[in-house]
Design a protein around this ligand. Sequence first.
Ligand SMILES: [Zn+2]
Length: 231
Amino acid sequence: MVRSVYYFCKQCNIYLPDSEIENHLKDYPGHILEEVFTDKQRVRLSKLLSFLLRHNPESLDLKLENNGFTTITIDELIKRIKYRHNYDWVNKRTIEALVFLDKKGRFEIINNRIRARYGHSIKNIKIDYNNGNIPDFLYHGTSKDAYLRIKNEGLKAKNRNLVHLTSSIKDALEVGYRHSKHSHRPIILRINVKKALDSGIKIWKAGKNVYVSKFIPPKFIELKTKKNEKN
Ligand SMILES: [Zn+2]
């Protein structure tokens, strides 16, 4: 198996996967690249931070502000992570790299504090989402069983605080597979965002491809088909 590694370029101040290293050095000969972490470590750290910042901050004696940010600085957080979890390779650079490289924009650092941008099961977390450009259609991956319920009741926030939608059909499919038993093909739902917004439904942008809402009524939900794919 190929060991996938991420690097930091000192001159450019950016993080790069090893697949981009060759081109980067071709474009910028002499730039110095430092190894940050392996993909395995990245995934492990991402899962830990999701757990702490979305679901269970108490497990590391953390407190979160109402806007989701930790009350302690990242430096203090790193000390606790190292002590409690035996993640001795974690440092400020690995945390910054994780946030930078995350394709879904799960985390955010401001003023040396970190938060999860969405996906909280903790009550009383209120993220002010930037209500910028929302595509006309968004997608939601689910199972056949859940679809029968959604058809009648719409998409409702449940254990987590908000319903998750995505602009990426690939991401919707991934979520759908996660929720589908055995090898059943997942269902991809297409949300008519424009109509929903026009009728007063609120949808916010949360991450790069991620959008959230409290409730999407059935009338704005349809199955994604080959026919409507390009609309
Ligand atoms: Zn560079």
